[in-house]
Design a protein around this ligand. Structure first.
Ligand code: GLY
Ligand code: MN
Ligand code: MN
Length: 493
């Protein structure tokens, strides 16, 4: 009997411990994705967008398909951005149309799966479910779309497509036949949709904020775990693990997780190197949430402490980024932030001995490779023209005047200055700028700069945040993700 009681006590203890363990921090709770439920509020968000685009198409017919778009290096299926933007429906094989002459303009077309397809891929929502959840006026089989296109053409109405979807455009052209007048009916909806997507509504900002916050959780996990001897892909896996358990379906684009010399390669993505003592680790990553993606870069020392040289470069990039963010306000030209970052970086590099003449065009170009801002939203490089005059295209990166469309409240942009000191960078100067530099200029520059450059060889630092333009200035959506070097070091201890 006594033995039985002891056994019973042990059993109760073990069960209690097990339960306790399940409530431990490391056990994921079901992520809170309630804001993705297609309820009446969310239906309204999408229907307002359709109403706005109906104004653009007049009495035309807009037709888009889901199976097209920017894939960003993802391996999961993801419906086309423009299709999602107007429907909130993300299943494959679907089409949507808006008809300007119809009192009930919105049709979703779906494809019934065969039993064999269902066995392999599962079922899709049936028409009744589509009507209730996504609230189209009509649900039709996808084959009906061709008939509607042909009918609109017979009536001489414009047919609006996303012209970037060449496959579907060719298909519609085939329906219309080869007469010249038939081709003249086609219109591209992409400019109008691209422009609409630049101005983020409240729901989009909420999704972006959530995507940013989830990305931050992954980055903080890396700060806690990162150590020499581990592999870049372990950091990538850790990021994705944190993202998934916090409600993200997939990365918004191919993660860049580059250590040591890989940090100087802008779009490095092999992510397979073993990290070593003294390396920097550059992570340019973004979780996607509700179809919206973050785009954040943090650069950290693998062993938890920046070297003096790494810190020189890091401090300069951070200073440039903060100065650039200060320029991001309504009315400022698109490249104002870039100009500020460039000037700050060039001045700083001069103080370090890496620039000999801050006004020299080719020296500025050497350290200024890309425009540090782009729109962010459904796509990592989101739609919308930056309004940079064609005549400025080759020179705006180093120009003294800021150009481009004025920033407006509701825009979301990234700001991502960087300094990348490729080991063989100086040896490439002649090839890159030999034709524009004066006689002996490059050799003179190299002889002055090389000893310093070698000290900083293969240091690559980028710091990227996501910024919402507001009525009076901006809000940095990713402000809570650590970037102060002292804080990074403290968190990595
Ligand atoms: N992740 C790509 C970029 O920062 O633009
Ligand atoms: Mn990025
Ligand atoms: Mn970016």
């Amino acid at each position: 009997m006594k033995r039985l009681i002891i056994l019973l006590l042990i059993t109760v203890f073990v069960v209690a411990c097990h339960r306790g363990g399940q409530q431990h921090d490391s056990t994921p709770e079901a992520p809170d994705t309630g804001d993705l439920t297609m309820d009446a509020g969310l239906q309204k968000v999408f229907s307002m967008r359709r109403e706005a685009i109906l104004d653009t198409i007049g009495d035309g017919l807009l037709i888009l398909r889901s199976d097209y778009g920017f894939d960003g290096g993802r391996h999961e299926y993801r419906a086309a951005g423009n299709f999602w933007y107007l429907t909130g429906y993300g299943q494959p094989g679907a089409l949507m149309s808006l008809s300007g002459t119809d009192a009930r303009p919105y049709t979703l077309y779906t494809r019934e799966r065969s039993i064999r397809e269902i066995i392999y891929s599962g079922n899709l929502p049936d028409p009744g479910e589509l009507l209730i959840t996504w609230a189209p006026d009509t649900v039709l089989d996808f084959r009906e779309a061709d008939r509607n296109i042909a009918e609109a053409a017979r009536e001489g109405r414009h047919i609006y497509l996303d012209f970037r979807d060449r496959v579907f455009r060719d298909h519609v052209q085939e329906i219309l036949g080869t007469e010249n007048s038939a081709g003249a009916l086609l219109r591209d909806i992409n400019p109008a949709l691209s422009e609409m997507r630049v101005d983020k509504d409240e729901y989009e900002v909420m999704m972006l904020q959530k995507a940013v916050d989830i990305t931050g959780k992954g980055l903080e996990a890396v700060l806690a775990e990162c150590a020499p001897g581990m592999f870049e892909f372990e950091m990538e896996a850790l990021l994705e693990y944190e993202w998934r358990r916090n409600g993200s379906n997939m990365p918004g684009f191919e993660s860049i997780v580059g250590s040591g010399e890989n940090a100087v390669t802008l779009h490095y993505s092999a992510n397979n190197r073993k990290m070593e003592e003294g390396d920097l680790l550059l992570m340019d990553v973004g979780a996607e949430y509700g179809y919206y993606t973050a785009d954040i870069t943090r650069t950290v020392p693998v062993n938890g402490r920046f070297t003096e040289e790494q810190r020189d470069i890091y401090d300069l990039v951070l200073r440039a980024q903060k100065a650039a963010i200060g320029e991001m306000k309504p009315g400022a030209p698109m490249t104002a932030a870039h100009r500020m970052a460039t000037n700050t970086i060039i001045d700083g590099l001069r103080s370090l001995g890496l620039v000999t003449d801050p006004d020299c065009q080719w020296q500025r170009k050497f350290y200024t490779v890309y425009h540090i801002c782009h729109f962010l939203g459904l796509d990592v490089h989101d739609t919308g023209t930056q309004g940079i005059p064609r005549s400025m295209m080759s020179s705006y990166l180093i120009a003294d005047t800021a150009v481009g469309r004025p920033l407006e409240a509701g825009m979301v942009l990234t700001v991502e200055p960087g300094i990348y000191l490729r080991a063989n960078g100086l040896d490439q100067l002649e090839l890159l700028y030999g034709s524009e530099a004066g006689e002996g200029e490059i050799a003179d520059f190299i002889s002055k700069v090389r000893p310093v450059y070698e000290k900083y060889s293969n240091i690559g630092v980028r710091i990227e945040d996501d910024v919402l333009i507001t009525g009076t200035g901006n809000t940095v959506l990713s402000a809570s993700i650590p970037k102060e070097p002292d804080e990074i070091e403290r968190l990595m201890k």
